[in-house]
Design a protein around this ligand. Structure first.
Ligand code: IPM
Ligand code: MG
Length: 391
């Protein structure tokens, strides 16, 4: 065998393994599981994961606020809130796994997770180039829907993004292959089941909330097979929702239209494959005050995980400024968590308080430095305001 055919054979074997795994995944998606019912669940176990960099600082503050809001439920045993230690880049590098086995087992013992940011190694990093912990968790717990709302009421912006969270370029993102020193190939995968469930969720959300506009975002003109499939499935599902006007946009022009003040307010519910959702939601969050102000829900039928959408800000910790990190994004994630498990009134109270404290009253402001308040002080301010508002 020439070296070239040998390389090709090796790549084919690698590809065959990927196909095998993905077909097994399709089969497991077909065995449709029921949605967990939190109303009938006692106790609801909430795991808090600190993560890396500023993660533990902001997770700690979010946990305090959560404990404050759920004080009675914790006292009666309806809710259990626990810390999950060990999901750090040090431990992950030691185990050479995106999520070490013992930590994954602990995570699986919870129903709901509140997670700080995790360091995602990249090529050339000082850490081994292991898979992203976020991506692994979304896959392991089958958290197929990444739901990210962005609201700027005074500008008429009221968006909610439904980003597919378990397929696309991500599912095989660390399974690419260097066929030769000169040729690198990555893979992307889209399935009927994976597309249907996220697209249907977006349409259902629109229907439930009386929103009559839904936008599907792909690059189906170029990425014809996978994006083409996603768009095709969307057009079929749309027939079940005749009251919702839907349209489709390509990701490039969509990123442009989000900055067009005349057009952007027309978008409401958006659904898209994984990578486009990653990019578009960072852009969208910028209108609201940056990724630090946005929360993100990762929802599956059995588990749900709520997280900050920003990174770990390692420089802040290196400079000794960890305690000045802004817990707002984690608190926005906490709002989504409370709503998800049925504590709507508490969720609303926290959301309203966050708006008051960070947009209107601004008695204590976080700057990330000593000229602002610490995250702990800000969390106190939130809890005091909640108390004042309800007395
Ligand atoms: C996000 C993040 C993650 C992603 C990274 C940290 C892997 O950017 O939640 O949007 O790309 O999904
Ligand atoms: Mg992102």
């Amino acid at each position: 065998m020439t070296e070239r055919t040998e390389r090709i054979e090796r790549a084919k074997e690698h590809f065959a393994k990927i196909l095998e795994e993905q077909l097994i995944r399709v089969e497991s998606m077909k065995e449709s599981q029921d949605w967990i019912d939190y109303d009938r669940l006692t106790p609801i176990i909430i795991g808090v994961i600190g993560g890396d960099g500023i993660g533990p600082y902001i997770a700690k503050e979010a946990k305090r606020v959560l404990e404050f809001l759920l004080e009675n439920e914790v006292a009666t045993g309806r809710v259990v809130i626990k810390d999950i230690e060990g999901l750090t880049i040090e431990n992950r590098a030691k185990a050479m796994k995106a999520i070490p086995d013992d930590v994954l087992q602990e995570i699986r013992g919870c129903h709901i997770l509140l997670k700080g940011p995790l360091h995602t190694p990249k090529k050339g990093d000082s850490w081994p180039n292991i898979e992203s912990g976020n991506v692994a968790m979304r896959r392991e717990l089958d958290l197929f829907a990444n739901v990210r709302p962005v609201r700027v009421p005074e500008q008429g912006i009221d968006w909610i993004f439904f980003r597919e969270n378990t397929e696309g370029a991500y599912v095989l993102g660390s399974k690419g292959i260097n066929v030769t020193d000169d040729l690198a190939i990555d893979f992307t995968a889209v399935t009927t089941q994976g597309s249907e469930r996220i697209i249907r969720m977006a349409f259902e959300y629109a229907r439930r909330n009386d929103i009559h506009k839904l936008t599907v975002i792909t690059k189906a003109n170029v990425i014809k097979t996978t994006d083409g499939k996603f768009l095709n499935i969307a057009s079929q599902i749309a027939r079940d929702y005749p009251e919702i006007e839907w349209d489709d946009w390509f990701i490039d022009i969509m990123t442009a239209k989000l900055i067009d003040p005349k057009r952007r307010t027309q978008f409401r519910v958006m659904v898209m494959p994984n990578l486009y959702g990653d990019i578009l939601t960072d852009e969208a969050a910028e209108f609201q005050g940056g990724v630090g102000t946005a929360g993100s829900a990762n929802i599956g039928k059995r588990y749900a995980m709520f997280e900050a959408i920003h990174g770990t800000a390692p420089r802040m910790v290196e400079d000794g400024r960890g305690q000045y990190a802004d817990p707002s994004s984690m608190l926005r994630a906490t709002v989504m968590l409370l709503n998800h498990i049925g504590f709507h009134e508490k969720g609303k109270r926290l959301e309203k308080t966050l708006d008051i404290c960070s947009q209107y009253e601004k008695k204590f402001v976080i700057t990330g430095r000593e000229d602002g308040v610490t995250g702990a002080k800000f969390a106190d301010y939130i809890m005091e305001t909640i108390q004042d508002e309800s007395s």
